[in-house]
Design a protein around this ligand. Structure first.
Ligand code: FEO
Length: 134
């Protein structure tokens, strides 16, 4: 079992978003595995970069759905996304400067993502479903 496991408690009832969230879980698991097995820092850097890129593309896709359907809490949601991307960019810079992946970084990624999905993301389920997005 991975560090973070997707199950039905994380569903947002929108298939594309669920699949993208599952991919984010996979990337966090890959990073955790790299840390646990002492993989080279360059390898961890590549995973963090992939995580940042994939997170950006997921956020863009999600925000586009919310924008298209006039989601009332889009600004607040988008602001949370920006904060998370800024954090990942900071970790990328730290790694490039010689830092190693830490347990606190892993816990931050895991906790932020699971909390965000189970609170902010789940709030849009009914709204998107109501607009025919499933
Ligand atoms: Fe699925 Fe708001 O990120």
């Amino acid at each position: 079992m991975g560090y973070i496991t997707w199950d039905s408690s994380y569903t947002v009832n929108v298939r594309s978003c669920d699949l993208q969230h599952q991919k984010l879980f996979q990337l966090i698991n890959a990073l955790q595995e790299a840390m646990k097995t002492g993989k080279a820092r360059a390898y961890a850097q590549r995973i963090v970069e992939e995580l940042r890129r994939y997170t950006e593309s997921h956020f863009q896709a999600e925000e586009a759905l919310l924008e298209r359907t006039n989601y009332p809490a889009l600004a607040e949601h988008r602001a949370q996304h920006h904060v998370f991307i800024s954090q990942i960019e900071k970790f990328e810079a730290d790694l490039a400067g010689g830092a190693h992946i830490s347990i606190s970084l892993m816990d931050f990624l895991k906790n932020w993502l699971t909390n965000h999905i189970q609170t902010m993301d789940r709030k849009y389920s009914n709204h998107l479903n109501h607009h025919g997005v499933h």
